[in-house]
Structure formats: structure tokens, C-alpha cells
Design a protein around this ligand. Structure first.
Ligand code: R5P
Length: 313
């Protein structure tokens, strides 16, 4: 078995390698003058079980192409099996046609990854669980939930836990909110976002009584932060005591950090599926928790043909 990292996931890959107590395989990734990508794997991988770690985060096109080129190199070097470990699977939000003559990029990217030579995919909190079905190869979609649960238990006092309430920022996230709420025997509330008419501003209705509650919003992605900050405002306006958020993938496109800083949010906890720039690291309202142990354990189980679902029992 060998572990390889693309340039999008160097920090997380090093942490996964520590968890598994094995080195990362030496790879050279450079650019030609015209920015085409060149890859050389500097060790023999013939007959090896390969785990290639690369998030398709921004710049998504470059990181995706790098992943495909690395897989091509592995295939041509006679690797026995390649698992594409994609902590953040980008392009997933276009998972259905939103209108006439529009693409389904989640399916297109799944096809590209399979065609480039992946035998399996390991990913985390896909934007929609059904995207697993876009791959015709075995796909394990892990959940960040156990990492969030452990962090909440460590960070919240017993008194704070009594008033805790999990919030789904849209109807699509109810299953995620319910699953974590069950662990804490807590209530959930749902935000129902509506635009009464095209051109009219969005109305946020909250289903559930949040008065005096420590609200925790759960979501898979924070991009501009718009969804989250507006949800926090709506919850505070309805009498919530405080609002924090646990979000798996910190996409955090500009001006997300400014939006979070100015918002009513007490804290936003993200995972390390996406490497963050200094601006995010310096933001006192954003904290990172690691999924390295979770991914490392899943890799170990896949390599040993053990159950991965057991991780969530
Ligand atoms: C939407 O379906 C996702 O789950 C996120 O809520 C969304 O992508 C967040 O985007 P933004 O931070 O730009 O509002």
C-alpha cells in the first residue's frame, strides 16, 4: 500500500500519513511554461494498492486536472488498484439540471475520475448522498459527524449542552441535523428559505422554537457565507441565545471571512478537507478540526478489506 498526495491536500495528507505511520510516496508535480501539469512518481508503484489524496477545491479546474494526470501516471506505472481519496469533492453542487441546456458537472467529474483510472473513491460529506451513484465504481462517502460530535462534547459545558439545538439551514440538510441531534438527545429546527416572487428578497422562516437555545447550524459547505450569516441573523431575531456552526468543507470564497467576522455567529468550525489561506487561519471566529484520523482509519480499513461503515456505528 502507498499514499500519495496532490498539491491541494498536502497538509491533510501529511497528517493522514502520520495517522497511518507511513511515508508519503515521493512525487514531482511541476508546470510547463504554458501551465500544463507534469507529474512523475519517483518510486516504484507496480502492483501496489494506491491511495491518492487530492481535494478538488479552488482552483478546482487545476486540482481536478492534477488528480486526473496523477491517476494516469499511476495507471501507466502498473499500480494494482487506485483509490481516489477526495476529501472535498468539488463541482458537486451541479448535481441536476437546473434548467434547459445546463450541465450536471457532478456526473461529468465522476466520469472523468473513473475514466482516468480510479478503481474506488473515498470522500467525505458529499453535497448530496446520491452522487455516490454517479460513480460505477465502489464509493465510500464518510460523514464528518463523529468529528463534530467529539468537538461539541469537548467544547460545550454540561449546562450549554442542555440548551443545545441543531439547525438545518435548508430542507436538504434535515437528515444531517437529525443524526447529530440524536447523539445529544437534542431538538432540531429547520430554516425554510423562500423567495416569494422572483426579484423579491428572500424570507427565512424558522420551523421550531429557538428561544433561549444554543443553536448549532450544520451544513456541508460554507462558500460565500451568505446562507450561514443570514440564517444566524434569522435565529437571533427569533430569540436564540447564541448561534455557532459546524460546516464540513470551508470553501470560503471572498468575502466569506469578512461576512463571518461581521455576522452574529459566535464561531464557525470547519474541517481540514480544504487547505486554508492565512486570512482564514487569522480569523478568530473560524476554527478548524481535523478529519485526518477518520480518513486514515477508513484508508486502513479499505486496504485490509474491513468494514468502513463500522466507523459510524
Ligand atoms: C447549499 O445547498 C449548500 O449546502 C450550502 O448551504 C451553500 O453552498 C453555501 O453557500 P454560501 O456560503 O455561498 O451561501
Amino acid at each position: 500500500m502507498k499514499l500519495l498526495s496532490g498539491t491541494a491536500s498536502e497538509g491533510l495528507s501529511a497528517d493522514i500519513a502520520d495517522v497511518l505511520d507511513m511515508p508519503l510516496t515521493d512525487v514531482t508535480i511541476t508546470r510547463f511554461r504554458d501551465q500544463e501539469i507534469f507529474v512523475r512518481i519517483n518510486e516504484n508503484v507496480r502492483g501496489e494498492d494506491i491511495f491518492l489524496i487530492q481535494s478538488t477545491s479552488a482552483p478546482a479546474n487545476d486540482h481536478l486536472m492534477e488528480l486526473l494526470i496523477m491517476m494516469d501516471a499511476l495507471l501507466r506505472a502498473s499500480a494494482a488498484r487506485v483509490t481516489a481519496v477526495i476529501p472535498y469533492f468539488g463541482y458537486a453542487r451541479q448535481d441536476r439540471k437546473v434548467g434547459g441546456r445546463t450541465p450536471i458537472t457532478a456526473k461529468l467529474v465522476a466520469n472523468l475520475i473513473s475514466r482516468a483510472g480510479a478503481d474506488r473513491v473515498l470522500t467525505l460529506d458529499l453535497h448530496a448522498g446520491q452522487i455516490q451513484g454517479f460513480f460505477d465504481i465502489p464509493t465510500d462517502n464518510l460523514f464528518g459527524q463523529p468529528v463534530f460530535e467529539a468537538d461539541i462534547r469537548a467544547e460545550y459545558s454540561r449546562k450549554d449542552l442542555k440548551d443545545i439545538m441543531f439547525i438545518s439551514p435548508d430542507t436538504g440538510g434535515v437528515v444531517r441535523a437529525r443524526a447529530l441531534a440524536k447523539k445529544f438527545e437534542a431538538d432540531i429546527a429547520i430554516i425554510d428559505k423562500r423567495r416569494p416572487k422572483a426579484g423579491e428578497s428572500e424570507v427565512m422562516n424558522i420551523i421550531g422554537d429557538v428561544t433561549g437555545r444554543n443553536c448549532i447550524i450544520l451544513d456541508d459547505i460554507i462558500d460565500s457565507g451568505g446562507t450561514l450569516c443570514k440564517a444566524a441573523d434569522a435565529l437571533m431575531a427569533q430569540g436564540a441565545k447564541q448561534v455557532s456552526a459546524y460546516i464540513t468543507h470551508g470553501v470560503l470564497s471572498d468575502p466569506a471571512v469578512d461576512n463571518v467576522n461581521k455576522s452574529a455567529l459566535k464561531e464557525v468550525v470547519i474541517t481540514d478537507t480544504i487547505m486554508q489561506p492565512q486570512k482564514v487561519k487569522d480569523c478568530t471566529k473560524i476554527r478548524e478540526v481535523s478529519v485526518a484520523r477518520l480518513l486514515g482509519e477508513a484508508i486502513r480499513r479499505i486496504a485490509n478489506a474491513e468494514s468502513v461503515s463500522k466507523l459510524f456505528d
